[in-house]
Design a protein around this ligand. Structure first.
Ligand SMILES: Cc1cc2nc3c(=O)[nH]c(=O)nc-3n(C[C@H](O)[C@H](O)[C@H](O)COP(=O)(O)OP(=O)(O)OC[C@H]3O[C@@H](n4cnc5c(N)ncnc54)[C@H](O)[C@@H]3O)c2cc1C
Ligand code: FES
Ligand code: FES
Length: 486
């Protein structure tokens, strides 16, 4: 029988809740139920970081913390974890936590609205105990906006506190929390459910095909807070362990659909640095802590960052239901805008990404107005198989150029057999992008800009691979900061 409550630590308290609304957020729980108003609501959509709280989980015998945007995180997702809010940091006698003292000493707060969010992001950074440099601090704070203090004093506070010793939090308490158990809170018409295995997930989803699957909730959270969509039945995927597996199988990197960006980053970076660079620019640390690769694929967005890169790498996805499983090429998953090849009782189980062979070259580029926290105007992923300078196979996938992420079939055909050094021939082939795509025209970019940029990116990839340029402008360095790298 599934359990009918969730349990988590909040501060020193073990909290057990048997009344958890399917779409109740952590922020609403804190502010409306518990009247803990230290955690602020700014944008309500994961952009400003004012609502940041820290979530602790056991990792290799220690408590590891991640910052999350509580405005778009489901309360039910706290099961088995520790919640730390700004109220929990000072000692009972009122002595400030070192992070708080550092913010006071460095004048890191004016109106104070953003401050609890910054404090919690800095708390997580300090707990990581890595003695971060300026780039790493910027990266950790990219999801926290301040409109009055200016960032320098806050970064000074970060530098000061991250030099101080970490006070480790007790891991033994986690033994009091149940693990590997299904949860079902509610009734047949309205519930929050959290299966712990894929078979329980498949059965539950088969019985409730009108339920909403929720992984990191970095998309679904906005349906709740911005679209005010009623979500009476929620199946949370975060407790299904096998959806978090990551493995190398012969010539493939295989990842469960529930793997977060933060978990995937080192593996994708190892596959090709361009993958790592794009992932480091997805949302913010808060978004990457919970947002999943599976959610990015399944949401069907034409401007998601992962699909063009994964399509270029010939990725296959595995879809499962109570009836069994099937694998399809990722490009075939996207039928048209808002329509994916997914049966009502099916879910995305895993992604199989081909490792690069010695004769293959990969490039990926994200074009957006801001470096951090911005959705792409255009996303491009290229994979070329090259023998004796000739293109034997070309996969050129784009996001932002059509209603779905798509391969540029005519352009690819024209590239076959061309020498990687023949710039003129590539320029002619790039003209065919206008036949492959009728790009959208919206506030992120005009159709003409998208088309011109797509051509430029293809030619840039050629020039880089041909070794004609070694300047890759506005790359991120290994810590996520933009650089003009050689
Ligand atoms: C502030 C902010 C910044 C962002 N920046 C970026 C960005 O830079 N680039 C980018 O691409 N995206 C960005 N996003 C969008 C979002 O973070 C990603 O699309 C993310 O990967 C979604 O994953 P999730 O786990 O949070 O999905 P969820 O919100 O949990 O789910 C998204 C959709 O996928 C479905 N779903 C999830 N998992 C499965 C599964 N296993 N099987 C079937 N269906 C499933 C859900 O039902 C839902 O329809 C941003 C979002 C926010 C809030
Ligand atoms: S309130 Fe802005 S990120 Fe949550
Ligand atoms: S101190 Fe006012 S928004 Fe940061």
């Amino acid at each position: 029988m599934p359990k009918k409550s969730i349990k988590f630590f909040h501060g020193t308290e073990l909290v057990e809740l048997s009344n958890v609304g399917p779409s109740e957020t952590i922020l609403d729980y804190l502010r409306l139920r518990m009247h803990l108003t230290g955690t602020k609501e700014g944008c309500g959509e994961g952009d400003c970081g004012a609502c940041t709280v820290a979530i602790g989980q056991l990792h290799e015998g220690k408590v590891a913390y991640q910052p999350v945007n509580s405005c778009i995180q489901l309360l039910g997702s706290l099961d088995g974890k520790e919640l730390v809010t700004v109220e929990d940091l000072a000692s009972p006698s009122g002595k400030l936590h070192p992070v708080q003292s550092a913010m006071v000493e460095n004048h890191g707060s004016q109106c104070g609205f953003c401050t609890p969010g910054f404090i919690m992001s800095l708390f997580v950074l300090q707990q990581e105990g890595t003695n971060p440099d300026r780039n790493e601090i910027n990266n950790a704070l990219a999801g926290n906006l301040c409109r009055c203090t200016g960032y320098r004093p806050i970064i000074d506070a970060a530098k000061q506190v991250c030099n101080e010793p970490v006070i480790e939090r007790p891991a033994a308490l986690f033994a009091l929390l149940e693990k590997n158990q299904d949860t079902f809170i509610g009734d047949e018409t309205s519930f929050f459910a959290s299966p712990s295995t894929q078979s329980a997930l498949a059965t539950l989803y088969h019985e409730h095909q009108d339920a909403t699957l929720v992984a990191g909730a970095t998309d679904v959270g906005l349906w709740i807070t911005k679209q005010l969509r009623p979500l009476p039945k929620v199946i949370y995927l975060g407790a299904v362990k096998s959806l978090k597996n990551i493995a190398i199988e012969i010539a493939d990197l295989v990842m469960g659909a529930g793997v977060t960006y933060a978990q995937a980053l080192p593996h994708l970076d190892a596959l090709h640095p361009d993958l790592g660079q794009v992932v480091r620019r997805i949302g913010s640390k808060q978004v990457r802590a919970v947002g999943t690769i599976g959610g990015n694929i399944a949401n069907g967005s034409p401007i998601g960052d992962m699909p063009p890169m994964l399509i270029a790498l010939s990725s296959q996805i595995e879809l499962r239901s109570i009836e069994g499983k099937r694998s399809i090429a990722l490009e075939d998953f996207y039928i048209e805008y808002g329509k994916q090849d997914l049966k009502p009782n099916e879910y995305l189980a895993q992604i199989r990404i081909s490792l690069l062979q010695a004769n293959q070259q990969f490039r990926a580029y994200k074009i957006s107005k801001r470096f951090d926290q911005d959705i792409s105007a255009i996303m491009a992923g290229f994979c070329f198989t090259i023998e004796n300078d000739a293109i034997m196979n070309a996969r050129c996938a784009f996001g932002g150029m059509a209603g779905t992420p798509m391969l540029a079939h005519k352009t690819q055909a024209a590239l076959m057999g061309l020498s990687i050094k023949d710039e003129t021939a590539w320029q002619q082939a790039a003209q065919l992008l206008a036949q492959d795509f009728t790009p959208m025209d919206d506030m992120r970019a005009s159709a003409q800009y998208r088309l011109n940029t797509a051509k430029a990116l293809l030619l840039k990839a050629r020039a880089e691979i041909a070794g004609e340029t070694n300047t890759r402008i506005l790359q991120a360095d290994s810590k996520g900061a933009p650089t003009h790298a050689q």
